[in-house]
Design a protein around this ligand. Structure first.
Ligand SMILES: [Zn+2]
Length: 372
């Protein structure tokens, strides 16, 4: 749901500029890179193009290496990158001799006492993905394996693929102050009215922040900048619907406490609201059902595919929510217009001429021919 009461007052916040490259000239010789290599011995934050930053668990040898929300205040997200000669590098926990180390049996990684072994060194390869600031880290013991952000948010190695955001890492000198993943938002939380749900909300925040740039890539594509910061409030006054999104200088998602408490396996309802936040700034002329249908299209056909609700008796293309999401998906696929959700999201809707322009048929005709 979007709060209609406040929709007219939508104000977009200017995007925070992402910090520029601050890497200095390196000393190692062997690497075919466009970016300067790291400064040997300096501290870096190592963040994933797929979201989050590389983090060490403890200063003890054998500790885990995980991916967590970018947090510039966290010392556990600092790493010392050191030139180990012959184009190879170690990535160490600052102030220790422990380095990121491939377990050659299981292809997990951990932070272990550094002895200069091949499985403790990496070669750096600049990639062209996205803004071109990413690096692949190939393990010297098997250069076909690269450091990877696991889906379970543990670091590991996997077969190298320069096009995989989960293997593209940004190296930012620790003086950097803004999140380096383009479009990744800052999300503030307020669970003061339901503190028991705090740990749950912290986990949802990570997922939403990871996915938010994808929402923009699906349906906005730079037509305007999605709000770079928003807030999620657990609100006991929201009782007759799961949640709503409210525009503002810092947009807010208000999630009902009772719904949240009873549906802790549901991230999709918050993702729907995050889609509204990314939509704020669209042309004014758009009916409510299209707004809700687009938010549910993001949710059910992209974030959690295969889970869309069945149609209910009396549903129409303009019923909103999952019925409209089904309709959008059907037309986009049947008429081979994968850009349809983007066009619906970025143009004035008017009286619906867009359907005729793209397909030669009215929305009513398209709805009637859709398999139910
Ligand atoms: Zn909605």
């Amino acid at each position: 749901m979007i709060s209609r009461r406040t929709a007219a007052t939508a104000v977009l916040v200017a995007a925070t500029a992402v910090s520029g490259t601050v890497l200095g000239a390196g000393t190692a010789s062997a690497s075919t890179t466009d970016l300067p290599l790291p400064v040997s011995g300096a501290e870096y934050r190592v963040s994933s193009k797929a979201g989050g930053a590389l983090q060490w668990d403890s200063r003890t040898t054998g500790s885990n290496v995980v991916i967590r929300d970018w947090n510039e205040a966290s010392a556990q997200q600092l790493w010392t990158i050191k030139d180990e000669g012959a184009g190879t590098w170690s990535v160490k926990v600052p102030g220790t001799n422990n380095a990121i180390d491939r377990d050659t049996g299981r292809n997990t990684v951990g932070s272990w006492n550094y002895v200069g072994a091949d499985n403790q060194r990496w070669s750096l390869h600049n990639t062209t993905l996205g803004d071109g600031r990413g690096w692949l880290l190939r393990n010297v013991s098997d250069p076909s394996l690269c450091l990877t952000r696991g889906a379970d948010l543990n670091a590991k190695v996997a077969a190298c693929n320069a096009g995989d955001p989960a293997q593209n890492w940004n190296l930012d000198r620790s003086t950097g102050t803004t999140p380096p993943t383009p479009g990744r938002p800052v999300i503030d939380l307020d669970y003061s009215q339901a503190p028991d749900l705090g740990p749950w909300l912290e986990r949802q925040k990570q997922t939403l922040a990871d996915y938010y740039p994808t929402i923009s890539n699906l349906v906005t594509k730079g037509a305007w900048t999605a709000a770079p910061r928003f807030r999620i409030v657990l609100d006991p006054q929201i009782t007759d619907h799961p949640a709503e999104a409210r525009p503002g200088a810092v947009p807010e998602i208000h999630a009902g406490v009772s719904y949240t408490r009873g549906n802790q396996n549901d991230t999709g309802f918050l993702l729907h609201e995050a889609a509204h936040v990314a939509f704020f700034g669209h042309p004014d002329d758009r009916p409510w059902w299209l707004e809700e249908g687009l938010a549910d299209w993001v949710r059910y056909y992209n974030f959690q595919p295969g889970t869309v609700h069945p149609l209910a008796p009396g549903d129409r293309y303009d019923s909103g929510y999952s019925a409209t999401a089904r309709f959008i998906d059907h037309v986009a696929k049947t008429y081979r217009r994968p850009d349809l959700p983007y066009l619906l999201n970025t143009r004035n809707y008017g009286s619906g001429q867009i359907w005729v322009q793209l397909t030669g048929k009215t929305a009513d005709q398209l709805w009637n021919e859709m398999p139910k």
